[in-house]
Design a protein around this ligand. Structure first.
Ligand SMILES: [Zn+2]
Length: 167
């Protein structure tokens, strides 16, 4: 058994990786949980590219992004839903959130089904934002309707995350 004291972290500047605690997933960050199961290429601070495990992917089309707060966003540019991507490597969408969200929602008595529902909503709204972001980077301007939908997605994410954090 590995010494649980040697727990490393994916840090912004130092990039000190100690993968030895992957056998203890409850101690890993969401990024570590995912990256331990996917052969991903580091693509900048908090960003990785990998072949998508949810479809027959020959060139890496899965973008992985670790947010400042530890959440992980996954986006398959071939269109696989985020829950399919994580399910393909034996994880659930909840694994993309830091564990403290779990304990915090338990402390506030949020029922499991409600938490999962909120995580699903958050996943979908993140997908909306990712698609809009991909369009913008590809040079397609957002229409007024799309911009309104993006604003709605941001608003919903803010609310959902508020509930997940504070019950
Ligand atoms: Zn895919």
């Amino acid at each position: 058994m590995k010494n649980p004291g040697t727990v490393g972290a994916v840090s912004g500047a130092g990039m000190v990786h100690d993968w030895t605690h992957f056998n203890h997933p409850q101690h890993a960050t969401p990024a570590e949980r995912l990256l331990s199961r996917i052969d991903a290429r580091h693509a900048g601070k908090g960003r990785w590219m990998a072949c998508c495990p949810a479809h027959d992917d020959r060139s890496p089309s899965l973008s992985i992004h670790e947010c400042e707060d530890g959440r992980v966003l996954v986006h398959c540019f071939s269109g696989c839903p985020a829950d399919d991507v994580v399910a393909a490597v034996g994880l659930s969408l909840a694994d993309l959130f830091p564990r403290r969200l779990d304990s915090s929602s338990r402390r506030h008595g949020l029922p499991e089904w409600k938490r999962r529902q909120l995580l699903d909503v958050a996943s979908f709204e993140r997908l909306v934002l990712a698609v809009a972001d991909a369009d913008r980077r590809a040079g397609f301007p957002l229409s007024g309707d799309d911009a309104a939908r993006v604003a709605l997605a941001q608003e919903r994410l803010r609310k959902v995350e508020g509930v997940l954090l504070h019950g």
